[in-house]
Design a binder for this molecule. Structure first.
Ligand code: ZN
Length: 287
């Protein structure tokens, strides 16, 4: 059984719903002064989201909560925002124990935000077999780590559903996948929108986009820092291409979604909506 195999599909809203998510994390694997350098652009990011007037669902790394609670508190105070957990240490090696990551991350989350996280996203969208069952056992309500795409050497989820579902290995946990372009399978992420720029935006204009659309971004997708210059050559090219147009292309993308009739919600609002519809179905005797 694959970790992303569905048990059943969720009763997602029939209207077009878009959720903008931000993974709030350190700059790749850098330490020292480069580790959180991108946070110097917080003013610009807050300004961007306020201008667009969209709610934001933030997946925050536990270490960021410990090291930079000021950043989390500022987003909380100035934006229509909710927070979820993005692991404790944002491990890139695959050699960490998920239970330990979740316990340490939840402790950090609770100490800054005063409650337990309801949602989780795995670093690099990598889920191992059993991770979703662990999340469910620890009473997470939803996960948003599955991206039905393919990244060579990182993950292959081409068989995973494109819309919210309950996974076979954790039938009580709602999985809200990160969206992809339905034909091209390009993840709905700012890194790709930035990379492919205006021609891709044009293509999106004429594409049938998913009814429930989950879009992800990072601060480093928008703002160029000295940390970008320290990446290896290929990564540096990929992460800096078109970065000076990144904010503008994101603004046009949000306008496009509005024109297509999307309503912007947080992931918790989406999850609540799904459960409410399912409860109503049960009460009405339809399932
Ligand atoms: Zn991440």
């Amino acid at each position: 059984m694959s970790s992303v195999e569905p048990h059943r599909f969720a009763d997602a809203p029939s209207t077009r719903t878009a959720c903008i998510t931000l993974d709030l994390e350190n700059n790749w694997t850098f330490g020292g002064e480069l580790e959180y350098l991108v946070f110097e652009h917080l003013d610009e990011f807050v300004g961007l989201v306020r201008r667009l007037d969209v709610p934001l669902s933030v997946f925050v790394v536990g270490k960021v909560l410990e090291d930079r609670p000021d950043v989390v508190r500022r987003l909380d105070a100035e934006l229509d925002v909710e927070f979820h957990l993005h692991s404790y240490q944002h491990d890139m090696t695959g050699n960490v124990d998920i239970g330990r990551e979740l316990r340490a991350g939840t402790r950090a989350f609770e100490s800054v935000l005063g409650r337990d996280p309801a949602g989780y996203r795995a670093p690099r969208f990598i889920l191992d077999k059993g991770d979703l069952a662990t999340l469910s056992a620890m009473e997470f309500e939803f996960d948003s780590s599955v991206c039905p795409s393919y990244r060579p050497g990182v993950y292959n989820n081409l068989d995973a559903p494109h819309r919210p579902y309950y996974p076979a290995e954790a039938p009580d946990l709602l999985e809200i996948p990160v969206s992809v372009h339905p034909r091209l399978r390009v993840p709905m992420e700012q890194s790709y929108l930035r990379l492919f720029g205006d021609p891709y935006l044009k293509l999106l204009e004429h594409s049938r986009l998913p009814k429930t659309l989950v879009y992800n971004c990072h601060l480093h997708d928008f703002f160029h820092t000295a940390a970008h210059e320290r990446l290896g050559r290929l990564k540096r090219l990929a992460f800096t291409r078109n970065i000076e147009n990144s904010v503008a292309v994101f603004e046009r993308f949000v306008s496009l979604l509005t024109e297509k009739g999307y309503r912007f919600r947080t992931l918790s609002e989406l999850a609540d909506d799904v459960r409410l519809r399912e409860d109503e179905r049960v009460v009405a005797g339809l399932s």
